[in-house]
Design a binder for this molecule. Structure first.
Ligand SMILES: Nc1ncnc2c1ncn2[C@@H]1O[C@H](COP(=O)(O)OP(=O)(O)O)[C@@H](O)[C@H]1O
Ligand SMILES: [Mg+2]
Length: 402
């Protein structure tokens, strides 16, 4: 029997491009080669798509990605439903002589993207159009999880505990910066956290304690996004994360981890660069399981599963929480629709442990199950609408719509 062709899609036009490369290479090296043909699909920082064996190794990206390296081919996804083909470019052109050359085909896709243009629903939209099974949350849940403003509004509407916040716009900042700062000051007490709405890995996130630092924080955040979230700060929070894996009614939570922050905000350096960068999120210093007692651990696991279900997530996500050491109050910080290193290190230490290889099997099964569910839906509704349509004017067209 031929092996299932699993396309691992990563990179893309994102501030977290490099983190995605690490997560994807790690994943491809753990996948079961007896079961799957792993097809690397690398989207460059400029947005060009590539495939080829060399893309499975870090040497393809360090010191710099070279598209001319033997074995690497530029491709374009075929958007025809159910095709899953990656069509090769030939000397800079898509087809030569009118014939299409298919470089590879994907039966299933696993997006290993972080940030915009991949984790945010855009790639998921493309995969929906292509009508191939994929192992990440769908368009709406990915988009909501990426956007800190919408995400918090949705959490609030479901009754999950969140910190007070104020969403602000770059146009208001440009129009009257002082008025905007005054508006923040009259809504939230210092200190506050300032975050671009659509980023991750702590990029553009800062803590502000007064007028001056708030101004700097807003200036920085608005350089990344036109929408920014200002949020009440927790002092010296205990941060804990829990991964959730599954789909529909079959959902499980991982062990809970406590990243070590030394009282600092968990920034990009802490997350990825401390051990030289090669291990991605797996390199972060952490305590596993988080020493927070069985009751709180269980509460976080239960709530994490509820969040996953509320957002109708799919695949593997990581939900981050903060505990206020003064009040013991628990609030949700964010959901990562595609977590760094796919949170494999949490599953490996869960009870019972789920090593990376079977975790990848679970993701493939989830993708196939979700596709089977989708295939049950009727996407064609037959009627006589075309036969009766009058195209002679707006009146006719309107008449058809009723
Ligand atoms: N309201 C807050 N109070 C205290 N610390 C915060 C708050 N919001 C964020 N942080 C710190 O900043 C880090 C990054 O914030 P987060 O919202 O998770 O953004 P990102 O998507 O970039 O990871 C958190 O892990 C935490 O260390
Ligand atoms: Mg975070």
């Amino acid at each position: 029997m031929s092996k299932l062709k699993v396309g691992v899609i990563f990179g893309s036009r994102s501030c977290e491009h490099e983190v995605s490369v690490i997560s994807a290479v790690q994943m491809m090296q753990h996948a079961d080669g007896d079961k799957y043909d792993i097809i690397p699909v690398y989207i460059s920082q400029e947005g060009a798509w590539y495939t080829g064996e060399p893309l499975k190794s870090m040497t393809a990206y360090v010191p710099a990605f070279d598209p001319g390296k033997p074995g690497i081919q530029r491709v374009q996804p075929d958007v025809t439903a159910r095709s899953g083909a990656l069509i090769a470019y030939d000397r800079g052109r898509l087809y030569r002589g009118g014939s299409r050359r298919i470089a590879a085909r994907m039966d299933v896709a696993i997006p290993v993207m972080h940030g915009l243009h991949g984790e945010d629903g855009t790639l998921q939209g493309l995969l929906e159009l292509m009508n191939i099974p994929y192992a990440s949350s769908g368009v709406s849940s990915s988009a909501i999880s990426m956007d800190k403003i919408f995400m918090k509004q949705v959490f609030r509407s479901f009754g999950f505990p969140v910190l007070k916040d104020l969403p602000v716009l770059r146009s208001a900042w440009r129009h009257d910066a002082v008025a905007l700062i005054k508006q923040v000051e009259s809504t939230l007490p210092y200190p506050v956290f300032v975050k671009p709405a659509n980023l991750g890995s702590s990029i553009g996130v800062s803590r502000a304690t007064d007028f001056r630092s708030l101004s700097d924080a807003l200036e920085l955040a608005f350089s990344y996004d036109r929408r920014v979230l200002v949020e009440e700060a927790v002092s010296d929070p205990v941060e804990v994360n829990c991964s959730v894996l599954g789909y529909d009614d079959s959902v499980r939570a991982s062990v809970v981890e406590m990243p070590i922050t030394d009282g600092q905000l968990l920034d990009f350096h802490e997350k990825y660069l401390r051990s030289g960068g090669a291990k991605g999120m797996a390199s972060l210093r952490r305590v596993v399981p988080a020493p927070i007692g069985a009751e709180l651990t269980q509460r976080i696991q239960t709530l994490s599963k509820e969040v996953f279900r509320a957002l109708d997530c799919k695949g593997v996500v990581r939900i981050d929480w903060m505990i206020d050491p003064e009040t013991d109050g628990l609030t949700i910080t964010e959901i990562n629709a595609i977590p760094g290193s796919l949170a494999f290190y949490l599953w490996a230490q869960s009870d019972p442990p789920l090593p990376y290889r079977p975790l990848i099997d679970c993701l493939v099964e989830i993708a196939l199950k979700a596709q089977a569910d989708k295939d049950e839906n009727d996407f064609a509704y037959r009627s006589d609408i075309l036969k009766n349509a009058h195209l002679s004017g707006s009146k006719g067209a309107k008449g058809v719509k009723g």
